[in-house]
Design a protein around this ligand. Structure first.
Ligand code: MG
Length: 421
């Protein structure tokens, strides 16, 4: 049995923001939400480029290569953003989330990157079917905070992955559609101010996707709508709903962007050009991008962190410490985050011990590679002292090479298993 979608979508600027950086697309086969970021650096462009690029998937998906084609479309969209930035370095730092579903009449093929969300209501059971690419979600996964604490965490908007970075790793999954399912795609402008319980109640109670979408947007507005609000509701139905027009909203529908801004049109068009051309052009733009070098990388990292962490983010990042391995290979105290933010490192060496990380025992070396978190600089320095203490009894370090060489019957330790002092 081939199923169908009946859908409605609304993108609202919200109460506080000057413009709308979200974009949305809905068609019979493809639905998507993107939330642009990078205020001065044109988050509206990023989400518009991505939505206008992936909207080509609103056709019945191929049976044998659906995931490849979905991945190609996302890669094209990312390339289009990067190309746009290479043409205009002032747009450096722009990026976007993307949560999209490609429907074949039975299965949904989902691609997701960032903190926009997909939810499903099935027979009264409400479920979030995407996992946020956020710092707080990582803390939840590690068992360091609860899901309830994550909802109130001051850094809940800090993204770990987004389109626009040099390397992107979207998540893919397939979900079987069942008649009666009601799906919701939304930006964090809904899921932030409106609780899951309220979203679930609205999805359950609304008679139509249009009613659900209007009610959800109103709930976000009533809650102060500090961010752009984008909502797409799609019902899985057995009967053919007849002709439904494609919907496009938010920045992607902005006349200035969709019709007048050649940057979007050109980026989208070039993203659809044959691969050989695309690769040749990538070769061309790389040296230009390299020229911007470290300066824009720093700006990008700061922009993302600042934009997404609601003001206090950079200050907060600078209060974080961990012990890791410096570029020179030494055990060092870092200020910042022990992971990349949207593909960029946001950490600076504060203290370099001069002790090579390869002198540490294997377990400690592994921990250092992923970063050992510390509670402030004093704790970090204290733990660094323990780690690099030259005493022969320091269990964090390999034994001294000389101690293994005493006695005629002793076996000299391999060079990699002992340390010189
Ligand atoms: Mg948002």
């Amino acid at each position: 049995m081939s199923l169908h979608l009946r859908y409605a979508a609304i993108s609202d600027r919200g109460v506080v923001r000057q413009g709308n950086q979200d974009s949305v697309f809905a068609g019979a086969h493809f639905i998507a939400v993107a939330d642009g970021m990078g205020g001065m650096a044109a988050g509206d462009l990023a989400s518009a480029i991505v939505i206008n690029t992936v909207a080509r998937l609103d056709v019945p998906p191929p049976a044998d290569s659906v995931v490849d084609e979905l991945a190609d479309a996302v890669a094209d969209a990312n390339r289009a953003i990067r190309r746009c930035v290479a043409d205009d370095p002032q747009k450096e730092g722009m990026g976007t989330t993307l949560t999209a579903l490609w429907f074949d009449g039975e299965w949904f093929n989902l691609v997701h990157i960032g903190d926009s969300r997909a939810y499903r209501m099935r027979e009264g059971a409400f479920e979030q079917i995407t996992v946020d690419d956020t710092y707080v979600q990582m803390l939840v996964d590690e068992g360091r905070i609860t899901a309830e604490e994550a909802e109130r965490h001051p850094q809940r908007s800090l993204l770990l992955r987004a389109l626009g970075a040099s390397e992107v790793e979207p998540a893919f999954q397939t979900i079987k559609g069942v008649p009666g399912d009601r799906l919701l795609l939304c930006s964090d402008g809904l899921s932030g101010p409106v609780s899951d319980a309220d979203i679930a109640r609205t999805l359950q109670g609304a008679a139509t996707p249009q009613e659900a979408a209007e009610t959800l947007v109103q709930q976000a507005l009533d809650a102060g709508a500090p961010d752009n609000v984008t909502v797409l509701v799609a019902d899985v139905i057995a009967d053919d709903p007849g002709e439904q027009r494609q919907l496009i909203g938010g920045a992607a529908a902005d006349a200035r962007l969709a019709e007048s801004d050649t940057a979007v049109l050109r980026a989208v068009k070039e993203a659809e050009e044959p691969k050989a051309d695309a690769e040749a052009e990538t070769e061309e733009v790389q040296p230009k991008a390299r020229k911007q070098g470290r300066v824009w990388r720093t700006i990008l990292a700061c922009l993302i962190v600042l934009t997404l962490a609601a003001g206090g983010g950079m200050w907060w990042v600078r209060t974080q410490y961990f012990i890791g391995v410096s570029d020179a290979g030494n055990i060092s105290v870092y200020r910042g985050l022990p992971f990349e933010v949207a593909g960029y490192r946001v950490a600076w060496v504060e203290v370099d011990s001069g002790r090579a990380a390869e002198d540490a025992v294997d377990d400690v070396e592994t921990e250092l590679e992923s970063g050992i978190r510390a509670d402030g600089i004093e704790d970090a320095e204290s733990r660094l002292g323990e780690l690099v203490d030259p005493a022969p009894t320091n269990a964090n370090l390999d034994p001294l090479c000389s101690s293994a060489d005493t006695g005629a019957d002793s076996v000299p330790a391999a060079a990699s298993d002992c340390r010189e002092d």
